[in-house]
Design a protein around this ligand. Sequence first.
Ligand SMILES: [Zn+2]
Length: 149
Amino acid sequence: MAHQQLLPMGDEFSRDERELSDIDSFVKAGRAVFTVLNEETGNRFTYRVKRHKRKRSLYFVSVLTGSDNVHDYTYIGAIFGKEFRSTKRSRVTEDALSFKAFAWFIRNVRTLPNSVKVFHENRCGRCGRALTVPESVKNGFGPECIKKV
Ligand SMILES: [Zn+2]
């Protein structure tokens, strides 16, 4: 089985081989921001996946559509359990590349080919705080949050 890494953004990429399930845990940790790069197509999108406060299997997915890494997100749809779909509030259609790319990504998150790279933003996937410890940068989780995912 192919291994895939969750990579920190920036100059130093982790060299450690990581299991695909770690990317899955990161994406569904609660406050994940990550970039998916498909080296075959050249497509690259930064997504934010937020968990609903009470419904633990419901996530809201937005895509970065501007240069402001905090505010320029456009809501595209929701993950209900294992299904990703658009909702009334979605601001892109299901034909949009950002929507189709995420639908494909989340369906294949445990079997991503090596040509698909996933980068975190040096922020904890669970709480959103900046990661400082090298071990945390490698994992995508702060030292407290890693115990809870
Ligand atoms: Zn955290």
